[in-house]
Design a protein around this ligand. Structure first.
Ligand code: IPT
Length: 965
């Protein structure tokens, strides 16, 4: 059997050990390598002739050789473990390197941080070893193979191997040497295991450092700041230390020394423990405001730069995220260093996922086959040994989505024995027998609530085993994945958070997922996803499901998450209360600012005196507000950083709240005559077609509409998973995407123009009676729309039920020059019924182009909610102001809903020569049905009668109070 297909994890590799910063010489072998790609695994040794070049670390498929492949669960090769197909792209990598003159003569180690998926190494033409386990390090002893001066290094990398059966994570298949390659002078200190605990009752820290030193000379452990000088293996108690937590990531510099080598460490004192079914750190229950993070860079794939890793963590901290699950493999080791430094709780997950065995109904699943136990245990050991010194890592995760399997018992037992100081996690074995947590993915709210009260149904898997079931039911719960951020969404975050925070059993969750996996291939401007290469089997855009766009700009979902998981809450206005939801720290790092705005313009502001509030407690504040003014008044209270932190500067906003103190006075109904002249009806600033009743000119500008609109370009979450279980199907079946309009009557009744219509889909009997009532005076044109569904929306024997509408509102066009948008209402970003916590009332100015949210796969986006009024004007400042009665939702684009719906990539959208405006009463929420529950009842726009009113005024306005500035 060929080495890349056998069940040997590696040959010639050294024992796994910690990732250490050593004073011994090292030589980075990153850089330009020679490269040649073979369509199938060749025999013999790589020879350097006629080759191209490649950047290492890197994936060849992102550097012009072959192409990347995306599948969700399906293996892109036959399920025939442990075999690889003959079509097994194999990349030969070759380079020369010069050994520095002063390189120590006592040996060397060649270290690979990650090679996908199996490789063989030759040094100066002699084989040094082989390894599998893509996202894990491998080291080979190579000192005896080196010579002074010039040396050659050849690495043959196979895309497919037996290891691939353990690497079916939902992501791009990206072969190559994608993490650093380093030559290390042979370590004298081979391994270090730091045990640094914290006693929250006494405030003492206890440090014990185990070392593995070759030849066992005496090592010395030093922590200068604490005056500690200790022997390895001997516990030292320091009476007072500052503990490490994600909120206050206190690290102490330390060293381990032997003659000839110093290893530098950063120690965090902290103790995690299960106490009465609750996971605690330093004596307090932990609560995860987490994200699942894949390693992804739009150009470099999983060959991450340290800058991008830092950027990820800084963005997480800035958005109130306090935990990360390294979905679904150990990250680059530098990432965990940064987690220690910046403060994040980490679930470190092993590089194991066998999801594709769902297609054999789990027959042959490696997780349940003892023959695979060594391969799996090897992975667990390499992760735990590498990452064991990071205070940020508090939970070891055995795997993702690999079903039930006895090998997990072995992994868990080994892990608990090796590191009793952390918890063990595995979600997909429904007995949870090997896990310290109960966990699920994407449960509906009711299920989460039941889990909170420990009244959830007994899983089938534990039904026959009362003691196993009792154990499971006593476990704390962590939401491993929820709120699928695919495309526009997720919706419902606030609803989840409310439940998560209510029950002590629920210790938080990890949103799916951090970043969109869109890839930019060399020279391309559009991101690719599954299917873009004409491949048959692919996962389409299912991995475009992040809170960041592929270029790491935050999407509206992240802004919403930040608001929803605020660690400090402000409620009010009377009384105004600050609640500290942190676990360990007070609020004295924050400054509390207030301001009052009238119609969006700040009229008063100040600083609130807030005494420190201990974690878990609240405080009431006195705030005397200015007297009534007759216009809308909004109080905003913000908590901002009082000083710079490692991840944000002073003034960075952590939490905020808004309160409408006073509603505006109601606008009177205008009354002026309707004037008929030929085919045209004139009413205030509007001109209407006599026969259709359609508005054709508005304050002198050519317009079309407004007409009823019920449709939107379906979102990924509307579509549901794989185009099933979504609302789009229901909406299409009801013909909402093909509505026809018929005008029944156009009447002038007193001072009103009344246009009665029926709007209905082709081919069906359902319809919507829609009446437009127009009235006007000199300044304002007023439209009231009555919407009255009729027919069998509830379904018949032959037509399906349609329970909701995407939107209810009107659409109209404006001249393309009216691209400047100024509005008073929710913003600055888009918002939807179940994703609107982050929208705050203010006065905003944007262009129509700015209003678009650049989802990789175009879909409904860009709505602004709670809009009191919005102006669309041209460069000269001429245009129209739309006012709601009281509020409306605003969407403006340079293309139609239909264009948006048809586009598969952003470059498919080309501006037309109009601006398309949607003025809505409401839209259905977003939900998370692309992998989870749909929008819930309160956020669904039911099929029902609706009435809404809009006022149109010219800009500049004759009324000085509403003048554009
Ligand atoms: C879950 C996977 O764990 C994750 O990798 C990703 O595929 C996510 O779904 C969807 O994007 S698995 C799902 C069947 C619950």
């Amino acid at each position: 059997m060929r080495y890349f297909e056998d069940l040997t994890p590696s040959t010639g590799a050294r024992e796994p050990r910690a990732w250490l910063r050593s004073s011994r010489p090292r030589l980075s072998l990153n850089g330009r390598w020679q490269f040649r790609l073979w369509p199938t695994a060749p025999d013999g040794e790589p020879r350097p002739d006629g080759w191209g070049e490649l950047e290492v670390p890197g994936h060849w498929v992102l550097q012009g050789h072959d192409r990347p492949r995306y599948t969700n669960t399906a293996f892109p090769f036959p399920i025939d473990p442990p075999y690889a197909p003959d079509a097994n792209p194999t990349g030969d990598h070759f380079r020369w390197f010069d050994l520095p003159d002063n390189w120590p003569a006592d040996g060397a180690v060649l270290r690979f941080e990650g090679v996908d998926s199996c490789f063989k190494v030759w040094v100066n033409g002699v084989e040094a070893g082989t390894a599998k386990g893509s996202r894990l390090p491998s080291e080979f002893t190579v000192g005896h193979l080196l010579r002074p001066g010039r040396n050659s290094l050849a690495v043959r990398v196979h895309q497919w191997s037996s290891g691939s059966y353990l690497e079916d994570q939902d992501m791009w298949w990206l072969p190559g040497i994608f993490r650093d390659v380093t030559l290390l002078a042979r370590p004298l200190i081979d391994d270090v295991f730091v045990h640094a605990s914290y006693d929250h009752l006494t405030g003492a820290g206890t440090l014990r450092v185990e070392t593995v030193v070759e030849g066992a000379p005496d090592a010395v452990v030093r922590v200068p700041e604490l005056g500690v000088v200790a022997e390895p293996g001997v516990p030292v108690t320091v009476p007072v230390v500052e503990p490490w937590s994600a909120e206050l990531p206190r690290l102490y510099d330390a060293t381990v020394e032997v003659p000839g080598e110093t290893v530098e460490l950063r120690i965090g004192f902290r103790t995690v423990a299960m106490v009465d079914g609750v996971f605690t750190a330093n004596g307090r229950p932990l609560f995860f405001r987490g994200v699942n993070r894949h390693e992804h860079d739009e150009r470099r794939g999983r060959a991450m730069t340290v800058e991008a890793m830092r950027q990820d963590l800084v963005l997480m901290k800035q958005h109130n995220v306090n935990a990360v699950r390294t979905a679904h493999y150990p990250p680059h080791p530098a990432f965990l260093d940064l987690c220690d430094e910046l403060g994040l709780w980490v679930i470190d997950e092993c590089d194991i996922e066998t999801h594709g065995f769902i297609y054999t109904d789990w027959r042959g699943n490696p997780a349940d086959d003892p023959a695979w136990a060594p391969m799996m245990l090897d992975r667990m050991r390499r992760m735990v040994e590498r990452d064991k010194n990071h205070p940020s890592v508090v939970i070891w995760s055995l795997a993702n989505e690999s079903h039930r399997g006895r090998n997990f018992g072995e992994l868990a037992a080994w892990t608990r024995d090796r590191d009793p100081g952390r918890a063990v996690f595995y979600e997909r074995d429904r007995t949870y027998e090997f896990s310290d947590f109960y966990s699920l993915m994407y449960p509906p709210l009711e299920d989460l609530e039941a889990i909170g009260t420990r009244t959830e149904d007994v899983p089938e898997e534990t039904a026959g085993d009362p003691s196993l079931e009792a154990r499971r039911r006593a476990l704390p719960f962590v939401l491993a994945e929820y709120a699928h951020a695919m495309g526009n969404g997720p919706g419902g975050l606030a609803d989840y958070q409310r439940i998560l925070e209510r029950y002590p059993r629920l210790q938080g969750g990890f949103l799916w997922e951090w970043i969109d996996h869109g890839l930019l291939l060399p020279g391309a401007t559009d991101h690719v996803y599954g299917g873009d290469f004409g491949e048959q089997l692919h996962g389409a855009n299912f991995c475009i499901d992040g809170l960041l766009f592929p270029d790491r700009t935050p999407s509206p979902g992240l802004t919403e998450y930040k608001k929803v998981i605020e660690p400090v809450r402000i409620t009010g206005p009377d009384p105004l209360v600050v609640h500290n939801h942190r676990t360990f720290t007070g609020v004295d790092d924050l400054e509390f600012l207030w301001s009052v705005a009238e119609d969006g313009v700040e009229v008063d502001a100040g600083r609130l005196d807030v005494p420190d509030v201990p974690p878990g407690e609240s405080i009431e504040l006195g705030l005397v507000l200015p007297a009534s003014s007759g216009v809308e008044r909004v109080l905003t209270v913000r908590a901002v950083l009082a000083k710079d932190e490692a991840w944000a500067t002073a003034g960075h906003e952590v939490a905020w709240a808004q309160f409408v103190l006073e509603e505006p006075a109601v606008v009177a109904v205008p009354a002026g005559p309707v004037v008929e002249s030929g085919d045209v009806l004139r009413l205030g600033g509007g001109e209407f077609d006599r026969s259709t009743g359609r508005l054709t000119r508005l304050f002198g500008q050519e317009v079309d509409g407004p007409v009823l609109d019920l449709w939107r370009a379906p979102t990924d979450n509307d579509n549901g998973q794989g185009g099933r279980n979504g609302v789009t199907q229901e909406w299409r079946a009801a013909g909402l995407d093909r509505l026809l309009h018929r005008v029944d009557t156009v009447d002038v009744v007193d001072d009103e123009l009344v246009v009665r219509t029926r709007v209905a889909p082709e081919g069906l009997g359902v319809g919507v009676r829609t009446t437009y009532r127009w009235s006007a005076d000199e300044d304002v044109l007023r439209l009231t729309v009555d919407v009255e569904p009729e027919g069998e929306w509830g379904g018949t024997a032959v037509t399906p039920r349609c329970g909701s509408w995407p939107r209810v509102g009107v659409r109209m066009t404006l001249p393309q020059a009216m691209e400047k948008v100024r509005w008073y209402g929710g913003g600055p970003g888009e918002a939807y019924a179940d994703s609107r916590e982050a929208a705050r009332v203010g006065l905003y100015t944007r262009t129509v182009d700015d209003l678009q949210t650049p989802y990789v796969v175009p879909q409904e986006n860009g709505a602004r909610v709670d809009v009191r009024w919005a102006e669309l004007t041209d460069a000269e400042g001429n245009g129209v102001r739309v006012t709601g009665a009281p509020h409306f939702q605003l969407t403006a684009r340079r293309w139609t809903t239909e264009d948006l719906e048809a586009a598969r990539h952003r470059s498919d959208l080309t501006p037309r020569d109009h601006i398309y405006l949607n003025l809505d009463l409401a839209q259905t929420g977003l939900g998370s049905a692309s992998c989870g529950p749909a929008a819930t009842a309160p956020h669904i726009l039911e099929v029902a009668p609706y009435t809404f009113t809009l006022h149109f005024r010219p800009v500049p306005s004759p009324d000085p109070r509403t003048k554009a500035d």
